[in-house]
Ligand binder design. Sequence first.
Ligand code: SF4
Length: 246
Amino acid sequence: MANYGRIHSLESFGTVDGPGIRFVVFMQGCPLRCQYCHNPDTWDVNKGKEYTPQELMNEIIKYKPYIDYSKGGVTFTGGEPLLQADFLLEVSKLCKEKGISVAIDTSGFIFNEKVKELLEYTDLVLLDIKNYDPLVYKIVTGVSLSPTLKFLDYLKEKNIATWVRYVVVPNLTDNLDAVKKLSDHLDGYPNVEKIELLAFHKMGEYKWKELGLEYKLTDTKEPSKELMKQIAEILSANGKTVTSNK
Ligand code: SF4
């Protein structure tokens, strides 16, 4: 039986999801319901367009010169790409045959034998940790934090390069005590090469409206530079490199 993936969209010149120029694949389907999600149109596993691994590879390969020149690669994001680990495993094997680096942007919520196999072909994981306080995590995402932390343990065990991503949302993820605890927790993970702070924005709000969903953050402002700096300082206190997009 052919192995199909359901894909929301493709971006051929991504520059914010891993090093160099990235061919970014937005996978369809996500079990989380993050309040600040700017891609709620990726949630439904039945939407998107079907591709075989080879069909997707045919798209990726067109951009190999740019990927090579910039030391970039392919990034699978979404949605939650690990929902379709079978498909990603096949595509990642094809990428490896062509010497193309593979990154996966994930919440770390899905973990099974297929995911473990996929990680053998993964050069970099962009792990979104949406909060370190389990109660706040549940409020932000609708699911529990513990699978993500177990996933991080596995990445450490396998020594897979990891960049942790943290979205700063005023009055939601700016609980500084939990940020400090996250900083201390990550100190025990030498595979975490970098922490990326991302400022909350409302560019996806219109999609919630189009889908008839209630957007809870209408009145929330973007974080100030001062708040971003304050959180960056806490996260870098143990010596980790922290970058911020604001
Ligand atoms: S994990 Fe990503 S795609 Fe899924 S709801 Fe959260 S922000 Fe949206």
